[in-house]
Design a protein around this ligand. Structure first.
Ligand code: TYM
Length: 332
């Protein structure tokens, strides 16, 4: 079987450096080796309230961000999830395969719901089952994600195995998560123990791909550090989450591993690192930001790309859904 990637990102209007280094930049690199399906997960986005006035533009802007980062939409498939209704249809079948006990173990739900458990949407709870449907709908063999999504891909494997066992047919492909060794968990610039995200409590902790150069420099300048100089060995990062995070970002922005950039930073002060980091961050982000702006000036062009992607996606998705319906015993 061909190596096929499925992966997705929510259009919540906050494409940030964590998404870029933890996910997107890898997707770009995997395009030569795999057949790829890239999805803008708008069905997932509405598990928490999205203003209908901004959702469409957030979706377009995310498409622009992905294209500006290097996704090849002629060779691969890019579309927004709600245009392929098979996602929701397969999710229902999988809701009947997945067990409540499995969902209760999902740490992201626990984190997101917090004390508000009774008041969050049912969709937020069922979300991992929709995510399983996304992946299984395309018989994806590999799913590149950041660390925070790995548990959901493991759940997807369990659901696929149970489906195949229950219906005594190998309909669904059991996918492998692909999580890079470094950079799979980019942390907030303000707190090295919290994942970088729009909702980490401080927008200064999160660099958005739409930030201008001055804002990028300001956020890096104000990033949390510790009183020591930078180490010369990787072991010198033990117990120093903020230092580790800044150096990881510095390395990944240059597509390098930590060990390769240690000689550049060994013994330096944070003030030096911050200057070096600002230079590489601006050099990497500003062309993407400018390309995003250009792409966003032709919204109907983006809409055409997404519709075209959805048309291509539907061809695969409808066939797999039909196999699932046959296995379940639905009349057609
Ligand atoms: P989402 O939209 O939260 O994030 C998109 C991708 O970015 C990664 N990511 C990070 N990586 C490193 N450091 C961070 N601080 C960071 N923040 C986000 C995420 O791990 C993810 O890979 N449920 C998914 C979307 C989804 C999906 C799917 C993914 C829906 N269906 C099927 C894969 C396959 C989500 O909410 O990602």
């Amino acid at each position: 079987m061909n190596k096929r990637i499925f992966t997705a990102i929510k259009p919540t209007g906050d494409l940030h450096l964590g998404n870029y280094l933890g996910a997107l930049n890898n997707w770009v690199k995997m395009q030569d080796e795999y057949e790829c399906i890239f999805n803008l997960a708008d069905l997932h986005a509405i598990t928490v309230w999205q203003d209908p006035k901004t959702l469409a533009d957030n979706t377009r802007e995310l498409a622009a961000g992905l294209i500006a980062s290097g996704l090849d939409v002629d060779k691969h498939i890019l579309y927004n999830q709600s245009q392929v209704k098979e996602h929701a249809e397969l999710a229902w079948v999988l809701n009947c395969v997945a067990r409540v006990g499995w969902m209760n173990r999902m740490t992201q739900f626990k984190d997101k719901a917090g004390k508000n458990r009774e008041k969050v949407s049912l969709g937020l709870y069922a979300y991992p089952s929709l995510m399983a449907a996304d992946i299984l709908l395309y018989k994806a063999t590999h799913v590149p994600v950041g660390e925070d999504q790995k548990q959901h891909v493991e759940l997807t494997r369990d659901i696929a195995i149970k489906f195949n066992n229950d219906f005594e047919k190998d309909v669904l492909v059991v996918p492998e998560p692909v999580v890079q060794a470094e950079g799979a968990r980019i942390m907030s610039l303000k707190d090295g123990t919290k994942k970088m995200s729009k909702s980490d409590g401080s927008s200064m902790g999160c660099i958005f791909l739409s930030d201008d150069d001055d804002m990028i420099a300001k956020k890096i300048r104000k990033a949390k550090t510790d009183p020591d100089g930078l180490p010369s060995e990787l072991s010198g990062f033990n117990g120093r989450a903020e230092a580790y995070n800044l150096v990881t970002i510095y390395a990944k922005l240059q597509d390098k591993n930590l060990v390769d950039i240690m000689p550049d930073i060994a013994g330096k002060q944070f003030s030096d690192l911050k200057k070096m980091l600002t230079d590489v961050a601006v050099a990497r982000i500003s062309p993407i930001r400018e390309d995003m702006k250009k792409l966003m000036s032709d919204k109907s062009g983006i809409d055409r790309i997404l519709k075209n992607g959805a048309d291509k996606g539907r061809v695969i998705a409808s066939k797999v859904l039909s196999e699932v319906y046959d296995a379940v015993g639905f009349l057609k």
